[in-house]
Write a protein that binds this ligand. Structure first.
Ligand SMILES: C[S@@+](CC[C@H](N)C(=O)[O-])C[C@H]1O[C@@H](n2cnc3c(N)ncnc32)[C@H](O)[C@@H]1O
Length: 647
C-alpha cells in the first residue's frame, strides 16, 4: 500500500487538463472508460517506500530509479526535485512483446574454450535463449488512460520553463498528441520527424520514421542544434543563381522566406565542390525538424539493415528499442544547458542518462524492468558517471519485470487452469479443489498500472458483476492483490455488499512470489595473496536458469522434430560458470547499500570488463581485490542477483 498520495500538478482536476472537461476533447477524444481516470487523479500519485540500493562513485544528484514512472514522479515531487528537460520513449502500443537475447558465457574451467578463445568468436556460434522484457500490447483506451496519468505525473515535477520531448510512432502517436495538447496547455509545440530507416516490412508504406513531439515554453532553454553537414541528396538540392553561385534558401538569415538567398560563406563565389565542403562543416541551423537517421543525425552510422534502429555497434548494448546516442545528443544539447537536470521516465538502455552525463548535465533514469536498471548501471560505470540507484517498492516488478511476473504467475498459482468453460476472461483462471470445487482466481494485470491497486471499485465489479456472471457453481473465489487500498475497509465492503453466498478470499501475490524465488548458489573461496585478495568461483547453480534452459531445449527439440532438422541443445557444464554475467565484491559493508570495491563483467563474447574498463582478456574464474571482500554479488545472465556475506 502506498505510504501516501502526492497531488499531481496543481489545478489539473479543476483546470484544463482532464480528458472530459474541455469541449474540444469531448468531441475528439471520447473513449470508453476515460472517466475511470478521474478518481485516481484526484487521489494523487502513489508514493511508496524507496530503498537505496547502490551508490556508484562520488555522492551526486544523479539517480537511477527502478519503479513505475508515476511512483518515481511521486518520489521526486516529495523530495522537491524538479527537472528541466524530459525525453520519453515509452512503449508505442506497437502490438509486440520485446525480448532480450540471453547469451551463455564461456566457462573458464573448460580448457578448450580458452584455447579457441584466441580467435574472435563468431556471433552465430554463441548459444542464446530469450527472456521477455516488456509487453507492448494494449487496447487503445487503456494506453491513453495510462499515458495520460504518466504525462500529468511528469508535468508535476517539471520546472515551469522545462521542455518535454515525447518519442512515439504511427501506432498511437496521433492520439498521444491530443493528450499532450491537454496536459501541456500553454506550451509551444513542434514536431520532429526522425527518419530512422526502414522499420517495417510489407509492400504498403512500410514505416520509415518516428515522431518526436516537442512541448516547450517561450522562455525554455533552447540552443539551435547543429546539423552535421549535408548528404549527397541534400547537396544535390543546392541551387544555382543566375550568376552561377550556389545557395540554399533561408539558412543563416534573418527574416526567412523564399526570397532570401543565403550565399554560402559570406557571398564568396564558390565552386560546387567548395560549396559542398562549406555545407558539410558543422553550422548552427534554426530548428530543422526532419532528422534523417543515417545521413544527418550521425554520419558515422553503420546501416544495420531493415527493422533495427541505426546505432553503431560500439554503442549497442543489446536492448531492444535502444535509440542512438546522436539522437539524444541533439535533443539534450538543444534543450538543456550544462548542470540542468535531464530525465527519462522510460529509460530502457539508458541512452538519455549516458548522453546527459557525457554532456555535463545531471540525469534521472527511471524504468520498471531490472534489465534496464542493470544495463544503464553498467553503461554509466563504463562512462565513469556518479549516481545512486533507488528501488521503489511499488510491487510491480516482483520477478525481473511485470511481463515475466505475469508469465511466472501462471506456473506459481498451485493447480491453476486457464480457459475453463463458464469462467470468463475477467478471471485469470480457476483452481479445481477436491472439497471446494471450482475456485475462480482473479489476478490484477501488472502490465496495466491502473489495475494494480485493489480498491472498492474493483471489488464492487467482482461482487456485483462477475460473481453473478459465473456460469458454474462456485463456493469460493480468490482475489489476489499486489497492492491494496485498505484491507479492513475492503473486507467490510464485501461483507456488507456481497449478495451471493460465494466466499471472497483476498490474498497477497507477493507472498506467492517471494516463496518461490529461489536464490542462486555460489560456491567460492577467498584467499589472501601477495597484493590483495583472490576470490575464485568454483561452481554456480541457478535453478531458475536451468529450468528456463530445459524449457528452451524441449521447445527447440519439438520444433526441430516437426521440421525434420537436427537440434543442438544448450548444455550447462557441471561448474555452471557460463551462467554468470557479473561478479562484484563489496569491501565496505556486510549489509545495506551495495558498494562495489571491485567488479568484473563478462560480455557476451567472453571478454572481461573490469570496473567498467573493457579488455580483450577472457575470464579465468577469479576476481582480485585490494580490499578484503565482505560481500560477494553474482548476477546471472538473465539478470537475477544473489548476494552472500563472506564469512
Ligand atoms: C521503448 S523502451 C525505451 C528505450 C530507450 N529509449 C532506449 O533508447 O533504450 C520503453 C521502456 O519503458 C519501460 N516501461 C514500460 N512501462 C513502464 C512504466 N510504467 N514505468 C517506467 N518504465 C516503463 C520498459 O521497461 C522499456 O524499457
Amino acid at each position: 500500500m502506498p505510504v501516501k498520495y502526492i497531488p499531481y500538478y496543481p489545478n489539473t482536476v479543476e483546470g484544463q487538463a482532464i480528458l472530459d472537461n474541455i469541449t474540444r476533447t469531448q468531441r475528439v477524444l471520447r473513449y470508453r472508460e476515460n472517466d475511470k481516470v478521474y478518481d485516481r487523479i484526484k487521489r494523487g500519485m502513489p508514493f511508496y517506500e524507496v530503498e537505496p540500493i547502490e551508490t556508484v562513485g562520488e555522492p551526486s544528484e544523479n539517480l537511477v530509479i527502478r519503479g513505475e514512472c508515476i511512483s518515481a514522479c511521486a518520489y521526486l515531487k516529495e523530495q522537491g526535485i524538479k527537472v528541466d528537460l524530459v525525453y520519453i520513449d515509452p512503449p508505442f502500443a506497437s502490438g509486440a512483446d520485446y525480448a532480450k537475447k540471453v547469451f551463455l558465457r564461456k566457462n573458464p574451467k573448460i580448457a578448450d574454450n580458452i584455447a579457441v578463445a584466441k580467435q574472435e568468436m563468431d556471433m552465430e556460434e554463441l548459444k542464446a535463449f530469450e527472456e521477455k522484457m516488456y509487453g507492448d500490447i494494449w487496447k487503445k483506451e487503456d494506453y491513453l488512460n495510462w499515458m495520460y496519468e504518466n504525462l500529468i505525473a511528469i508535468k508535476s515535477i517539471m520546472n515551469d520553463n522545462g521542455s518535454i520531448y515525447f518519442h512515439i510512432d504511427l501506432n498511437i502517436g496521433h492520439y498521444a498528441k491530443i493528450l499532450m495538447d491537454e496536459v501541456f496547455v500553454g506550451y509551444e509545440f513542434n514536431e520532429i520527424v526522425w527518419v530512422c530507416g526502414l522499420m517495417g516490412f510489407g509492400d504498403i508504406y512500410p514505416k520509415a520514421h518516428e515522431t518526436i513531439f516537442v512541448y516547450r515554453k517561450a522562455d525554455s532553454y533552447f540552443h539551435a542544434p547543429y546539423r552535421r553537414g549535408y548528404s549527397e541528396r541534400i547537396t544535390n538540392a543546392l541551387q544555382k543563381d543566375s550568376e552561377g553561385w550556389y545557395y540554399t534558401r533561408g539558412r543563416e538569415t534573418s527574416g526567412g522566406g523564399n526570397n532570401l538567398k543565403t550565399y554560402i560563406c559570406n557571398n564568396q563565389k564558390l565552386s560546387k565542390e567548395e560549396a559542398i565542403a562549406e555545407a558539410n562543416k558543422n553550422r548552427p541551423q534554426s530548428a530543422w525538424s526532419v532528422w534523417i537517421g543515417k545521413d544527418d543525425i550521425a554520419n558515422s552510422y553503420g546501416d544495420y539493415g531493415v527493422g533495427t534502429y541505426a546505432y553503431t555497434e560500439k554503442e549497442n548494448v543489446g536492448y531492444a528499442t535502444q535509440k542512438p546516442e546522436a539522437l539524444l545528443q541533439r535533443v539534450i544539447s538543444a534543450s538543456s544547458d550544462k548542470e540542468m537536470v535531464v530525465a527519462d521516465f522510460f529509460g530502457g538502455s539508458g541512452v538519455t542518462s549516458k548522453v546527459a552525463n557525457d554532456l555535463g548535465r545531471k540525469f534521472i533514469h527511471v524504468d520498471i524492468g531490472i534489465n534496464s536498471i542493470q544495463t544503464v548501471r553498467d553503461r554509466l560505470i563504463e562512462a565513469k558517471a556518479n549516481f545512486q540507484i533507488l528501488e521503489i517498492k511499488d510491487g510491480v516488478s516482483l520477478f525481473r519485470n511485470p511481463q515475466q511476473t505475469m508469465d511466472k504467475l501462471k506456473m506459481l498459482i498451485p493447480g491453476l487452469l486457464q480457459g475453463l468453460p463458464g469462467i470468463s476472461k475477467f478471471w485469470f483462471g480457476a483452481v479445481i479443489h477436491s472439497k471446494e470445487g471450482t475456485i475462480p482466481v482473479y489476478v490484477p494485470n501488472l502490465l496495466n498500472s491502473q489495475e494494480k491497486v485493489l480498491d472498492i471499485p474493483t471489488i464492487n465489479i467482482i461482487i456485483n458483476q462477475e460473481l453473478q456472471n459465473l456460469e458454474v457453481n462456485v463456493k469460493k473465489v480468490i482475489v489476489y492483490y499486489i497492492d491494496i487500498d485498505d484491507q479492513k475497509e475492503l473486507e467490510k465492503f464485501i461483507k456488507e455488499n456481497n449478495a451471493t453466498e460465494i466466499e471472497v478470499a483476498l490474498k497477497d501475490l507477493k507472498n506467492l512470489l517471494h516463496d518461490v524465488v529461489i536464490e542462486d548458489i555460489i560456491d567460492f573461496k577467498t584467499t589472501q595473496i601477495n597484493d590483495g585478495f583472490e576470490t575464485e568461483i568454483k561452481k554456480f547453480i541457478s535453478d531458475r536458469l536451468i529450468q528456463k534452459i530445459g524449457e528452451f531445449n524441449q521447445k527447440g527439440n519439438l520444433q526441430s522434430i516437426a521440421k525434420g532438422k537436427k537440434f543442438n541443445p544448450i548444455i550447462i557444464s557441471e561448474e555452471g560458470l557460463e551462467l554468470i554475467e557479473l561478479i562484484a565484491l563489496d569491501g565496505e559493508n556486510t549489509e545495506g547499500q551495495w558498494h562495489s570495491t571491485t567488479e568484473i563483467k563478462i560480455d557476451k563474447l567472453g571478454y572481461v570488463i573490469t570496473n567498467g574498463v573493457k579488455s580483450k582478456n577472457f575470464w579465468d574464474g577469479k576476481i582480485i581485490s585490494d580490499k578484503k571482500p565482505l560481500r560477494i554479488k553474482v548476477r546471472n545472465i538473465s539478470g537475477d542477483e544473489t548476494i552472500k556475506v563472506i564469512e
